[in-house]
Ligand binder design. Sequence first.
Ligand code: 5GP
Length: 211
Amino acid sequence: MTMESGPTKSGMGILFVISAPSGAGKTTLAHLTVKNVPGVIQSVSHTTRPIRRGETEGVSYHFVAREKFLETEQAGGFIEWVELHGEYYGTSYDTVMRAKEEGRDLILVIDVQGAAKLRQKYRDTVLIFIFPPSLKTLEHRLSKRGTEHQESRERRIEEAKREILESVNYDYLVVNDRIEDAADEIAHIIHAERCRVGRRARYFPDLLAQK
Ligand code: 5GP
């Protein structure tokens, strides 16, 4: 297998977690990454929260009723799940297994608790944290959205500050000032992770077996 046909084009089954406070641009960055980097697909989570304007069932999330979510959880269907603001969010076991079997790299846009749980299960999960350029920018982006009430906006800012402190447990920090630059940095991280000896060397057994 050559590098061109194999591990770089189709991915290697690596899990890339992207976490960020609300308003830091993680959804757009995940979409750009899937579009720009061959071999990367995005995990679609399950959630019990109501669908928002502009979201699509099966693309943004699988929107499910609480009973259905809990039933799936009881049956061991989630590799990780959390409760946030009274709603459930979870990554299906099948999504992760399928990506690994097909050798595709998987982007998971999940919160800091989910990231920690996933890393506990798969040590080589790569954790990427997205920073807004400043708290001021974050406040501005949240108020521009217009979908948030004042109280909810303040709660999100407080929560953002708490989440940002968790970034010390991540592998990479990307600052989303210009979206194209941030997407570029994520693409570079993915390429570098694919080049790690521990991952790539197995594609070249003949070179390693030389006497
Ligand atoms: P939102 O409701 O704004 O789409 O998402 C709220 C938070 O839930 C975000 O931080 C998002 O990354 C996180 N989230 C979405 N899906 C999952 C998931 O499957 N697992 C975990 N742990 N967090 C998730």
